[in-house]
Design a protein around this ligand. Sequence first.
Ligand SMILES: Nc1ncnc2c1ncn2[C@@H]1O[C@H](COP(=O)(O)OP(=O)(O)OP(=O)(O)O)[C@@H](O)[C@H]1O
Ligand SMILES: O=P(O)(O)OC[C@H]1O[C@H](OP(=O)(O)OP(=O)(O)O)[C@H](O)[C@@H]1O
Ligand SMILES: [Mg+2]
Length: 298
Amino acid sequence: MTTETRLRIAMQKSGRLSDETQQLLKRCGLKLNVGDRRLLAHVTNMPIDIMRVRSSDIPGLVMDGVCDLGIVGDNTLEETALERELLGQNSAYTKTTGLNFGGCRLSLAMPEEFNYTGLASLDGLRFATTYPQLMKRFAKENGINVDFCLLKGSVEVAPRVGLADGICDLVSTGATLEANGLKEVEVIYRSKASLIQGVELAPEKQAILDTLLPRIQGVMKAKESKYIMLHAPKDKLEEVSNLMPGKETPTVLPLAGRDDLVAVHVVATETFFWETMEALKALGCDSILVMPIEKMMG
Ligand SMILES: Nc1ncnc2c1ncn2[C@@H]1O[C@H](COP(=O)(O)OP(=O)(O)OP(=O)(O)O)[C@@H](O)[C@H]1O
Ligand SMILES: O=P(O)(O)OC[C@H]1O[C@H](OP(=O)(O)OP(=O)(O)O)[C@H](O)[C@@H]1O
Ligand SMILES: [Mg+2]
């Protein structure tokens, strides 16, 4: 009996990355049911299994070859790689592709009343963090001496209870810092989610990835693009084209029964602002539609 080769992908079970990861896989055409307590979900229409774990376990599972691929934040990835290097464990991986979600930054933050005059004013202080390796690397590169204490969550509470002078934690909107009387003083690392793999995949597994990767890239491209349709005065076509975001050439189509108007269609790869729509309207354009794109290839 031959056993089928299946690609095993690790994703976060629940948290900041799980919804978008699940959506991405779904949009790539993977049929899976992860809405239950099943931690190893079978994809029914492709030779892929999804392993649902804590995000902090994902880099290690990929580096140890337990999973072939993983979707994880760059912050967790680099922190784990540095830690494993220090412990003499295998820390090799390849970043297959960056993904367009999970954007956040790792920052140093101090109580609002702290007199911050530059990095030197942090010398000798103690920071609470979930990311000691990234923090140590930053301190070393910038010639400051800092101490740290490890907290896996609720890091922002540390200064108020006397556990640390400041914190080094993830920030996106800044609301958590503000709610806890802290101010961001230095960004030390910018992060996004990434798809990672062990250094080399067996040829059968590489073949499955070769099908999956263009789909992932297609989903990302579609998410960032919009399909724009409008009616434009024929004599304003050049000005209208110049206002269109992105580098695609517009498709110009005749409109039944109208000699003065044409339909213009374009895929916009940049944000289409209200201001652009207003400028198009001012040129005499009408019926301006901006629509999401579900899939893209080529
Ligand atoms: N506020 C945020 N905004 C955007 N992305 C974030 C934010 N906080 C975390 N992230 C990203 O999402 C990842 C997962 O964060 P989340 O808080 O869900 O899990 P965790 O508690 O760090 O880890 P685990 O899954 O191991 O319990 C982080 O590593 C980071 O890349
Ligand atoms: O800048 P903001 O938008 O306020 O986001 C920042 C917060 O988000 C993350 O925590 P999370 O809410 O994921 O809680 P956790 O500690 O349980 O992971 C991070 O550790 C910050 O506390
Ligand atoms: Mg978190």
